[in-house]
Design a protein around this ligand. Structure first.
Ligand code: HEC
Length: 143
C-alpha cells in the first residue's frame, strides 16, 4: 500500500523552500559586490589606529560623507566600491584626490560637497590605510 502524502505537507514544503530561497538571496545581496551598506557604523578607534587629529577627522568624514557605505575598511563598511583597507599601497595621494573629486564608475563626484580641508583630511586618513605599518606611520605623520 502506498502512503498517501497529505496535501498540507506539500504546502509546508513550498513555504519552506520559499523562505530558504528568499533568505539565501537576502544574505547574498548583503554580501554581494554591488551592495551598498547604509547602516555602516562609524569606524572604531582600533581601526583608525591613531589619535592624529586630521587622520581621526578623515575617518569621521569617511563615515559621515557616506564613503563607508560603499567601501570596506578593515572589513567594516559596504562592498559597492573597492576595499580601501590598503589603498595607500595601491594609489598615491594625488590619485586619491582626483578619484574623490571626480568620482568614477559607480562612484559619485565629491568635489562639490567637500571643503578643501575635508578632502585633505580624507586623504590623510586614506594614506594611513596600508598593509605596511611603517608606511602607515610615516604617511599619517607627514601631512
Ligand atoms: C556609491 C558608492 C560610492 C561612494 C559613496 C563612494 N565611493 Fe569611492 N568608489 C566607488 C567605486 C565603485 C569605485 C571604483 C571606481 C572606478 O574604478 O571607476 C570607487 C573608487 C574609489 C577610490 C579609488 C580606489 C582604487 O583602488 O583605485 C577611492 C580612493 C575612493 N573611491 C574613495 C572614496 C571616498 C573618500 C568617498 C567618500 C567621500 C567615496 N569613495 C565614496 C564607490 C563609491
Amino acid at each position: 500500500m502506498k502512503a498517501s502524502v497529505p496535501s498540507n505537507c506539500a504546502c509546508i514544503a513550498i513555504v519552506v523552500a520559499t523562505v530558504v530561497m528568499i533568505g539565501s538571496l537576502w544574505v547574498l545581496g548583503k554580501r554581494s559586490p554591488w551592495s551598498p551598506n547604509f547602516d555602516a557604523p562609524p569606524l572604531t578607534a582600533a581601526v583608525v589606529g591613531t589619535d592624529d587629529g586630521s587622520v581621526v577627522e578623515g575617518a569621521r568624514l569617511f563615515h559621515d560623507k557616506g564613503c563607508l557605505n560603499c567601501h570596506l575598511i578593515s572589513d567594516q563598511g559596504g562592498r559597492r566600491g573597492p576595499d580601501l583597507s590598503k589603498v595607500a599601497d595601491r594609489i598615491t595621494r594625488a590619485e586619491m584626490i582626483i578619484r574623490i573629486s571626480n568620482g568614477g564608475h559607480n562612484m559619485p563626484a565629491f568635489a562639490g560637497s567637500l571643503r578643501p580641508s575635508e578632502l585633505a583630511e580624507l586623504v590623510s586618513f586614506l594614506s594611513t590605510r596600508s598593509g605596511n605599518p611603517e608606511h602607515a606611520a610615516t604617511e599619517g605623520a607627514a601631512r
